[in-house]
Write a protein that binds this ligand. Structure first.
Ligand code: ATP
Ligand code: MG
Length: 210
């Protein structure tokens, strides 16, 4: 605080209208402290705002996905769950339905948003001004594909980092494919997906011929 007081006392103010001479004037410490607080807040928000993109097909969202999203909120200021179009996977739910399910599941989570994208992930990451991509690792079986994908994405854009997160151990066996399989065979999936996803699955499967 002594430094601040000293600074305030000796603040030098240039007065061009006074023949370009400098004059030493005292500045209110409160004013100076207020300005520096505002300055560091603005700088901090701009510089430290960290955004991660969590891309996937989410066909449908499971509690394993949600577990990862919650973990990411501890590390990043903003988490964007990005639902990929992924027509190649022949999804059960449309992209819009998948995104709506994600949006509903994250309603209570601050700083998390749902979005959808098409095309190159790295282009989307740039568009959203994000710094990182998050992917999940359930078991060794995920590793090879994820490793390849992360390295290819790095080739496309050196600036973006891929980070991997592990879910709670009880979710390591969970995948959207398994959930669809269990639900289509009449099994109970309520322990593995949010209630609204379970309802959506039941409705969709009732409409979809086996
Ligand atoms: N239970 C889970 N725990 C941790 N990560 C997961 C889990 N389920 C999916 N992920 C990760 O989430 C990302 C998006 O996955 P995706 O939407 O393809 O889900 P999926 O369950 O793998 O679906 P599918 O069975 O259709 O491949 C991937 O990085 C995947 O490894
Ligand atoms: Mg998968």
């Amino acid at each position: 605080m002594a430094n601040l007081a000293e600074l305030c006392k000796n603040a030098s103010v240039e007065e061009p209208w006074n023949g370009g001479q400098s004059r030493t004037r005292s500045v209110s410490p409160a004013l100076l402290a207020g300005h520096s607080l505002l300055f560091s807040l603005v700088l901090g928000t701009v510089r430290l705002m960290r955004t991660v993109i969590y891309p996937g097909s989410f066909d449908p969202l499971t509690n394993g996905h949600l577990d990862l999203i919650q973990r990411a909120t501890k590390l990043f200021d903003r988490v964007i769950v990005a639902v990929a179009r992924n027509e190649g996977k022949r999804p059960l739910f449309s992209q819009q339905e998948r995104m709506q399910m994600v949006a509903r599941a994250i309603r209570g989570l601050p700083h998390v948003e749902a979005d959808s994208f098409d095309g190159l992930l790295m282009d989307y990451v740039e568009r959203r001004s994000a710094q990182a991509v998050m992917r999940g690792l359930r078991a060794v079986s995920d590793f090879e594909f994820e490793f390849q994908l992360a390295l290819m994405n790095r080739k496309l854009n050196e600036r973006i980092e891929t980070i991997f997160m592990m879910p709670k151990d009880t979710y390591t066996f969970l995948s959207s494919r398994i959930i669809k399989e269990i639900a289509s065979l009449g099994g109970d999936v309520s322990a593995f997906v949010p209630a609204h996803v379970r309802t959506a699955l039941a409705e969709k499967l009732a409409l979809t011929p086996a």
